[in-house]
Design a protein around this ligand. Structure first.
Ligand code: GRF
Length: 196
């Protein structure tokens, strides 16, 4: 059973998917939820599930908390703050992130939340989706674990597209964490092999 930490800045619907998954078939235990936003609804979700919920903006203190909790996997689930190279090196190959597009499209600095879907629609892309990837020192850049596509409908608005992509996010974030906890994920350079 691995110790998991989830870092959030907002609603925490991906966090909720992991909370449900850990009650189901994920071989892991969410020890702590950390947010850089005191008002994040995700902190309420954590408290309602008797998970330690921490509001902390200072990265050094966050690293301390994660070490004290013997964390094996850190999940960035709608965490908007860019983490430092020091943080990445402290937890090498133990940090994953979910991004609401098919990386390398519509990602990187400034691409987060609704802005991503806005850019997809403005560009006229026909397919978008979601990506779970390992985190390295560059935003949305690390080796990809899982991706799933979502077709863009002619009638889509930012909200309707975000809703369908979030649905896929909730599914692939659970799958990625389950595979990691079952030790079925292997990083080979830029590629990730899934030993199912
Ligand atoms: C998700 O779309 C995630 O991909 C992005 O931020 C959003 C967070 O949603 N990084 P939630 O807080 O998990 O509901």
């Amino acid at each position: 059973m691995l110790n998991i930490a989830v870092m959030i800045s907002g609603s925490g619907s991906n966090l909720q998917s992991l909370i449900d998954g850990c009650k189901d078939d994920i071989n892991g235990n969410i020890k702590v939820v950390i947010s850089d936003n005191k008002e994040a609804y995700g902190l309420t979700r954590a408290r309602e599930n008797k998970i330690k919920a921490v509001y902390e903006k200072d990265e050094k203190k966050i690293i301390e908390i994660l070490k004290n909790e013997n964390i094996d996997l850190i999940v960035l689930a709608g965490y908007l703050k860019i983490i430092s190279e020091e943080f990445v090196n402290e937890f090498k190959d133990k940090i994953i992130n979910i991004h609401p597009s098919l990386i390398p499209s519509f990602c990187g600095k400034g691409y987060y939340g609704k802005i991503v879907h806005q850019k997809v629609l403005e560009y006229g892309a026909k397919i978008t989706g979601a990506t779970v990837h390992f985190v390295d020192e560059m935003a949305d850049n690390g080796p990809i674990i899982i991706q799933e596509a979502v077709y863009v409908e002619d009638t889509d608005t930012v909200d309707t597209l975000q809703k369908r992509v979030l649905h896929v996010e909730h599914k692939i974030i659970k799958k990625a964490v389950k595979l990691f906890c079952d030790k079925k994920v292997e990083i080979r350079g830029r590629r990730v092999l899934i030993n199912e």
